[in-house]
Each structure stands twice: as C-alpha cells, then as structure tokens.
Design a protein around this ligand. Structure first.
Ligand code: DQA
Length: 149
C-alpha cells in the first residue's frame, strides 16, 4: 500500500501568485497543488493538500493527521513564528515532519527569523521557492522508505 502524506499550508498561502511575488513567486495556490499531486503520484505517495487561515483549524488538522497519515509537510506561514498551539500539536504527531518555507525566513525581518516549530520537526527546507514543495515530497518519500526497511 502507498504511504499517505499531508501537506498543510497556513494563513495567506491561498493567495500565492497574488501576494508579495518578490518573496513567493507567481505560481498560484491551485497550480502548486497540482504540481504536488502530480509529483506525489509519480513517486507513489498518496497526498492530501490543505490550507487554512485559522489557527484552531490547523491544530485540528494536525491532530487528526496522526491517525491518517504517515508523514507531514507543513508550511505554517505566519503561525511558524507565533503559535505554541501548532508546535504542541506537531509534538503529538510522532512521525516524520518537514517544515517548509518558500522564502528564506533567516534573511528577512527579525520576527520571521525565529521558528517555534523547528525543534519539533524532522528537518526543514526554506528559501528555495515553490520547488521546496517538490523537494520536500521527495525527501518525505526517502524518510518513509528508510523507516520501512
Ligand atoms: C512563509 C514565511 C512566513 O514568515 C510568512 O508569514 C508566510 C510564508 C514562507 O513560505 O516563506 O506566510 O512561511
């Protein structure tokens, strides 16, 4: 059976392609979703791709994911820098998690240079644009393969 993974996107990422193109590029959210679904299919992963602007919804999604998915990729967006609730939910997941940022958060404003979730996740990708999503899917496949050995 294929491994199942989830990509969780936080606030304002639904407006990719429209918001701050200099940071996030011009690929729309729907295009990004298609690319991720295609890549996952190609390498034999089942993917759910979700987005919410609401912190509590993200906590619920993360909690429910522990029963349904083998791995998680999360771009918590602005909540990366503020949300203890999301960090605590991620602690409960207990399976591989990749933290993802489209932009290089360490090159930006000081408030973005602190991630509350980095010490909870397996690894991270930042500053590589939309390609980071594809790289994260490939890395997740490798992490899950190594787990099943
Ligand atoms: C982001 C970086 C965050 O600081 C920001 O709030 C976002 C997107 C990124 O993908 O680069 O919304 O997570």
């Amino acid at each position: 059976m294929n491994n199942k993974i989830i990509i969780i996107n936080g606030p304002n990422l639904n407006l990719l392609g429209e918001r701050e193109q200099s940071q996030y590029g011009n690929t729309t959210f729907d295009k990004l979703k298609d690319k991720c679904i295609n890549k996952s299919k190609e390498i034999g992963l089942e993917l759910d791709f979700v987005q919410s602007n609401i912190e509590g919804d993200l906590v619920n999604i993360i909690q429910e994911s522990r029963k349904r998915f083998d791995g998680m990729i999360i771009n918590a967006a602005a909540f990366t820098h503020t949300s203890v609730a999301i960090k605590d939910a991620l602690e409960i997941f207990k399976k591989p998690i990749i933290e993802l940022h489209i932009s290089n958060i360490y090159k930006r404003e000081e408030f973005r240079q602190k991630s509350l979730i980095s010490d909870t996740v397996t690894g991270g990708i930042f500053g590589l644009g939309i390609d980071g999503y594809i790289l994260a899917i490939i890395s997740m496949q490798n992490l899950l393969k190594n787990e099943n050995k």
